[in-house]
Ligand binder design. Structure first.
Ligand code: 4AD
Ligand code: MG
Length: 455
């Protein structure tokens, strides 16, 4: 019977005496003359399985051939382990070498820098950290679907290729089949200018007007030339959209979602999280439990600017004034120093935000919300959407956007418009927040960023 290592290690004593087969990759081989230990891992759990083979076994000689990284099938009996590091181990009866590993395998048993591991992204998920990140990432996706399913949201799929720039920020990757970009767009594949999507929001809004509560979750693309530890050119975004929901409801859902994800990961990925706490960010578990125990602080943009201006002994590189875009240093000050927990900044000046956000009564600000967390800064951006046809039309014109492109979007305000809100969670940033991993390029298997598109 083939068993995953996780199943064996998490089993109860009823597994003792069972004859099983385990497939995986060798972490280490230790030859003790009379017997040898083989540590094997199949990625199903942080811990590896220890196999013991006696020198009287005719496969014992094979241990001389096996190198770290080789793939094997071990057959044998599960026994109680006399060692204190594991409850069960395997008494090996047979070793089958499936694929041996060349001597120059770069992942020998020692610590490697994250920078080096990035150059071998096709192998790095075999390290302790790489395995843990991928397991937590998987868990987070699964729990995201569970969370929204339990709230009767519909999982929808929005297009990757689009003709609209949702955020109006202009950081778009063009999609074209034209050999000569000077040729008119009408000769292009779609007979118009098209791009990779920066956000599925506009299409999600269309589906929310009819299905009420929906979410889209997929890759999004931004040609931002940012060489920071929080920017990718291809990242995953989770975007719920709710009809009959205002900014307050939007913030409540976002807070509920983030806390629920932390709770789920702490419960389901205990071993991986203990590892992150010990080796990646000391005090990670305490930090996350603190987030669970506290409510996110809600701060208006105006109050945030006031706070930054009054910050004593704090020098900022970028000037602070009402109307300035909050830079990472400002965001981090608010969440790390000022309130020491996540902050929701609301009511930003309308000139700083996208055209679709609802105007507040003051005429200067919009019903926007950004969630800022310690170490990372902005993790979520959302808003209540403008639901008045006239106001939205004026906003599109004021921002000099192409009316033709947004005609269908305006229709949503003509045919049974309803107040609605949503937000976008940068999925890799959420992963950074939960794992304590410093650089966003570590939490996605094959990172794409300015100047980087390997593998
Ligand atoms: O704040 P943003 O630009 O908001 C939107 O795109 C809205 N349409 C979302 C919505 O209301 N449905 O992006 C949302 C989040 C940010 O808060 C950030 O966490 C993440 O996406 N993000 C990035 N993550 C990694 N690399 C980048 N280049 C990112 N740009 C944004
Ligand atoms: Mg934003």
């Amino acid at each position: 019977m083939r068993l995953k290592i996780k199943k064996i290690l998490k089993s109860d004593d009823s597994i003792i005496g069972k004859k099983i087969k385990v497939y995986g990759w060798v972490k280490s081989v230790r030859d003790q003359k009379n017997f040898a230990f083989i540590e094997i891992n199949d990625g199903s759990s942080f811990s590896s399985l220890q196999g013991v083979i006696e020198n009287s076994n005719e496969d014992f000689r094979k241990i001389l051939e096996i190198s770290t990284g080789a793939s094997l099938c071990l057959s044998g009996e599960v026994v109680k382990s006399p060692g204190k590091n594991q409850t069960y181990e395997m008494k090996i009866e047979h070793i089958e070498i499936i694929g041996n590993c060349s001597e120059d395998f770069p992942l020998q048993k020692k610590r490697h820098s994250f920078e080096f591991l990035r150059t071998i992204s096709h192998l790095r998920h075999r390290t302790n950290t790489g395995g843990a990140i991928n397991r937590v990432r998987n868990s987070l996706i699964f729990n995201t679907h569970k969370f929204f399913h339990a709230k009767d949201f519909f999982y929808i799929q929005t297009p990757i290729i689009t003709s609209s720039d949702t955020e109006g920020a202009g950081d778009l990757f063009r999609v074209t089949t034209l050999k000569d970009l000077k040729k008119p767009e009408i000769e292009d594949f779609f007979k118009k200018k098209t791009f990779l999507t920066v956000s599925g929001q506009l299409n999600a809004e269309a589906l929310a007007m009819g299905l009420s509560d929906v979410y889209t979750f997929g890759p999004t693309f931004r040609a931002e030339n940012s060489h920071t530890s929080r920017h990718l050119a291809e990242f995953w975004m989770l975007e719920p959209e709710m009809a009959f929901c205002d900014l307050k409801g939007d913030i409540e859902l976002a807070q509920d979602y983030i806390k629920s994800m932390i709770k789920a990961i702490l419960k389901e990925n205990d071993e991986d999280m203990q590892f992150f706490d010990q080796f990646i960010e000391k005090g990670l578990l305490e930090r996350l439990n603190h987030v669970l125990d506290s409510n996110f602080e809600i701060l208006t943009y105006t109050k945030a600017i006031d706070t930054l201006l009054k910050a004593k002994n704090q020098k900022f590189e970028f000037p602070v004034f009402w109307g300035c875009d909050l830079q990472s240093e400002h965001e981090r000050f608010l969440t790390e120093q000022h309130v020491k927990r996540p902050v929701v900044v609301i009511d930003y000046p309308k000139d700083l935000k996208a055209f679709y956000m609802k105007d507040n009564d003051d005429g200067k600000t919009v019903a926007a919300m950004d969630i800022l967390v310690p170490k990372i800064g902005e993790i979520t951006g959302g808003s209540q959407r403008e639901d008045s046809y006239e106001k939205l039309l004026k906003k599109i014109k004021d921002k000099n956007l192409d009316l033709d492109i947004y005609k269908w979007y305006l229709d949503l305000r003509r045919y049974g418009s309803a107040p609605h809100s949503g937000f976008g969670v940068g999925f890799e940033r959420l992963l950074q927040f939960i794992t304590g991993i410093e650089n966003i390029r570590e939490v996605i298997a094959f990172p794409r960023a300015a100047g980087t598109c390997d593998f």
